[in-house]
Write a protein that binds this ligand. Structure first.
Ligand SMILES: [Fe+2]
Ligand SMILES: [Fe+2]
Length: 602
C-alpha cells in the first residue's frame, strides 16, 4: 500500500511543486519520525483509521524527502483532495457567548463608557457588569455591592448574508470616576465574556497615546492582524484607536466584519475605537453594521444620514473630529458638515485638534483627487490650526503640508496631513502630484508598505511616528506648540536632516556694519547654538580671519526657543573685504547647518 501510494504520487504529479509538502518532508526526514517505505512497521492494522491515514502520509513524506534529498526526483503532491475551506457561516456564527467586544467613547469619557458586543441574546437579558478593577477575581468574590449590573440600552439584530442575524448589544456605563481603572464583562446573565479592564479618561489634560490606521480593508484575516497587534505591543496603554475608513472591503459582509474583530482580538475591548466610514462602508447606503456596532455620539450636524459618522470627542485635551467624506456628490450634506466643522473648530477649548476623514485633502495615489474635501474643509483646517489630519483611501503613505507653511527644509508651521494604509492592498504613488498641484508638499511617502501610527500627546508637543508592519521606523515628526498657540512641526531627527543649507538670512548682500538676522528651526527647546561667520570661496571655506579654524569666526552663542526656533542678529564685522563671500554656520549638539552665501558689497 505504501509503495503503491508512493509511486502514484511521485509519478502521477511530476510537475507539482508543493513548498508546504517539501518543508514538511524535510522536517519529517530530519527528525526521523518515519521509517523508510516498505518497512514492515509502516502498516498498522490495529490503529484506528485516521491514525493509519496519518501514518501512511508520513511514510510518503519520508519517502519523498529521501528522493528529493538524494536523487532530485520531482516533488510529491498529496493524492488526497485538498481540505475544503471551512465555511464562513461556521467560522463567524454567533452564539450566546459574547464576542466582538468593543469600546466606543462617549462625550464624557471621564465619567462614562460605552461597550458593544455581539451575542445571541434577547434585549431583556443582554447586560454588563462593572466594578472598580479588583486585585483578583475567580475564587475571590468581589465584596457585596461592588458589582453594578447595567442592562443593554440597545440590542439590534443585523441580518447577514450568512443565513443568520448578528445581534449587537450596547451598554453605557455612567457615573464613573475619572482616570480610574474598571473591570467589566458582558453577557446574558448566564453566558459571559471574560472580564476586561479599561481606564476612564482624566477630567483634564493629561498626556496620553493613541493609534491611527489607514485602510485595513483587505487581507483582514491574514496581513492585517500583525499590524494591529504590533501597534498594541508598542503602545499598550493607548487610549484611542482611530480608523480613517475602509475598515473592511464589502460594507455588509458578515465574514469581513468577523475578520476585522478577530484581527484586533481583545484589544478593542480595552481601548476606545474612533472610526469614520470610508467608501467601502457604503453599499447603496451606510453598512447595516455601522450604527449597531459603533454607537458614536449624536453631536454631528443633525442630518439623519450623518448620525454616528460625523461627531466629535474631547479626550484629555484633544478634540477628535470625525467627518464623512463619502458625500462629496451631495452638496447639502457637504455644506452641513462644513458649517458644523467650522463651529466645532471655532468653539474649541482644547489645546490640540485631530480631524479624521477618509478621502484625503491631498491624494498620494494615481489620478485621485477630492476637490470638494480640499476646497471646503482644507481652508478651515488651516484657519483654525488643526494639528493632525488623519486620512485613508489611497493605500499608500504620504505626509506633508502647505508650501506656504514651510519654515525650513525640516520644519513647517501648518497642518500635518497624513494618508496611511494598514491592510495588504497597495496602490502606487504618483510623485505627489496631487499635493504639488495644489500648493502642498510631501515630506514623506512610501508604497507597498503596511503601516501603523503611534501618536503621543503631551502638554507642549505631539510626537507622531509611523512604523511598518514589522515594527521598523518609517516616518515621524514633532508638533510643538507654545502658550500663545504658535506651532512648529519638526521632522524626527535623522542623520540626513542635520546638515545642509537650512539657515535663512534676511540679506544675501551686505556691507560692513550692516545688521543681518539668521533664522533656523528644528532644535530641541532651549538648545544651545554656536554662531560662526565663515568666509568661503564658492562654498568652500578659505583661511579664516584671525587664524580661526574652518568653522569660521565665532560671533556668539544663542539658544533656541520653546518651539525649537532660533533667531540671531549680528553686524557684518569691519574686517570683511569687499567682494568676499561668507555664510552663517550654526553648530549645536543636534544640528550643523549653514546659510546661503552673503556677498560683501562695500
Ligand atoms: Fe480603501
Ligand atoms: Fe477608500
Amino acid at each position: 500500500m505504501d509503495l503503491a501510494l508512493t509511486r502514484r504520487t511521485a509519478n502521477g504529479h511530476p510537475g507539482v511543486d508543493h513548498p508546504w509538502l517539501n518543508a514538511h518532508a524535510r522536517r519529517t526526514h530530519a527528525t526521523g519520525v518515519t521509517s523508510f517505505t516498505g518497512a514492515p512497521s509502516v502498516n498498522h492494522p490495529t490503529l484506528p483509521e485516521p491514525a493509519r491515514r496519518r501514518h501512511v502520509r508520513l511514510a510518503v513524506l519520508g519517502t519523498s524527502a529521501v528522493l528529493l534529498g538524494g536523487l532530485a526526483f520531482a516533488p510529491v503532491a498529496f493524492s488526497y483532495a485538498a481540505p475544503p475551506k471551512h465555511p464562513a457561516a461556521e467560522v463567524h456564527k454567533p452564539s450566546p457567548v459574547p464576542d466582538r467586544v468593543i469600546l466606543t467613547p462617549t462625550t464624557t469619557p471621564a465619567t462614562s463608557q460605552k461597550v458593544t458586543w455581539r451575542a445571541e441574546a434577547t434585549a431583556e437579558f443582554a447586560q454588563a457588569e462593572i466594578l472598580a478593577a479588583p486585585r483578583a477575581l475567580g475564587q475571590v468574590a468581589p465584596p457585596a455591592g461592588a458589582v453594578t449590573k447595567v442592562q443593554a440600552q440597545a440590542s439590534t439584530p443585523v441580518n447577514t448574508t450568512l443565513g443568520y442575524a448578528s445581534t449587537y448589544h450596547t451598554v453605557e456605563f455612567t457615573g464613573l470616576k475619572p482616570a480610574t481603572r474598571y473591570t467589566y464583562r458582558v453577557g446574558d446573565g448566564t453566558n459571559w465574556s471574560e472580564w476586561h479592564d479599561f481606564t476612564t479618561a482624566a477630567g483634564k489634560f493629561e498626556p496620553f497615546s493613541f493609534i491611527y490606521y489607514g485602510d485595513a480593508q483587505n487581507y483582514i484575516d491574514s496581513a492585517v492582524p500583525r499590524v494591529f497587534r504590533n501597534a498594541f505591543a508598542d503602545r499598550p496603554q493607548a487610549k484611542m484607536i482611530v480608523n480613517a475608513g475602509d475598515l473592511i472591503n464589502s460594507a455588509n459582509s458578515e465574514e469581513e466584519w468577523g475578520q476585522w474583530y478577530k484581527a484586533a482580538g481583545f484589544i478593542d475591548s480595552q481601548i476606545n475605537n474612533l472610526s469614520i466610514p470610508g467608501n467601502h462602508e457604503y453599499s447603496g447606503g451606510l453598512s447595516s453594521f455601522w450604527r449597531p456596532q459603533f454607537p458614536y455620539p449624536d453631536n454631528g450636524p443633525g442630518n439623519p444620514e450623518l448620525k454616528q459618522t460625523v461627531y466629535y470627542i474631547d479626550y484629555q485635551g484633544v478634540r477628535f473630529i470625525g467627518l464623512d467624506s463619502n458625500h462629496q456628490g451631495n452638496a447639502a450634506l457637504m455644506a452641513a458638515q462644513t458649517a458644523w466643522l467650522e463651529k466645532v473648530l471655532k468653539d474649541n477649548p482644547n489645546k490640540w485638534t485631530v480631524v479624521t476623514f477618509h478621502h484625503p485633502v491631498y491624494s498620494t495615489t494615481g489620478t485621485r483627487n477630492n476637490p470638494q474635501v480640499r476646497d471646503q474643509w482644507g481652508p478651515l483646517l488651516e484657519k483654525y490650526g488643526v494639528d493632525l489630519v488623519l486620512q485613508g483611501h489611497d493605500h499608500s503613505y504620504g505626509r506633508g503640508n502647505l508650501v506656504s507653511a514651510r519654515k525650513s527644509i525640516t520644519v513647517h508651521n501648518g497642518v500635518a496631513y497624513v494618508v496611511s494604509v494598514s491592510g495588504g492592498k497597495m496602490y502606487a504613488l504618483n510623485n505627489g502630484e496631487n499635493w504639488t498641484g495644489n500648493g502642498a508638499e510631501v515630506r514623506s511617502s512610501s508604497q507597498n508598505t503596511q503601516l501603523y501610527q503611534l501618536i503621543d500627546v503631551a502638554g507642549d508637543q505631539i510626537r507622531f511616528e509611523a512604523r511598518y508592519a514589522n515594527g521598523e521606523h518609517h516616518d515621524g515628526f514633532l508638533i510643538r506648540k507654545n502658550a500663545r498657540g504658535e506651532r512648529t512641526v519638526n521632522e524626527l531627527r535623522t542623520p540626513e536632516n542635520t546638515v545642509g543649507e537650512q539657515v535663512t538670512v534676511d540679506k544675501t548682500e551686505a556691507s560692513r556694519w550692516d545688521k543681518v538676522t539668521a533664522t533656523a528651526y528644528g532644535y530641541d527647546p532651549g538648545e544651545r547654538v554656536r554662531v560662526h561667520l565663515r568666509e568661503t570661496r564658492g562654498k568652500e571655506a578659505v583661511a579664516q580671519h584671525g587664524g580661526h579654524g574652518r568653522d569660521g569666526v565665532p560671533l556668539g552663542e544663542a539658544r533656541a526657543d520653546e518651539l525649537g526656533r532660533l533667531s540671531y542678529t549680528f553686524r557684518m564685522p569691519p574686517w570683511v573685504r569687499r567682494g568676499s563671500t561668507h555664510l552663517v554656520y550654526l553648530s549645536s549638539e543636534n544640528q550643523k547647518i549653514t546659510s546661503p552665501l552673503i556677498t560683501v558689497t562695500r
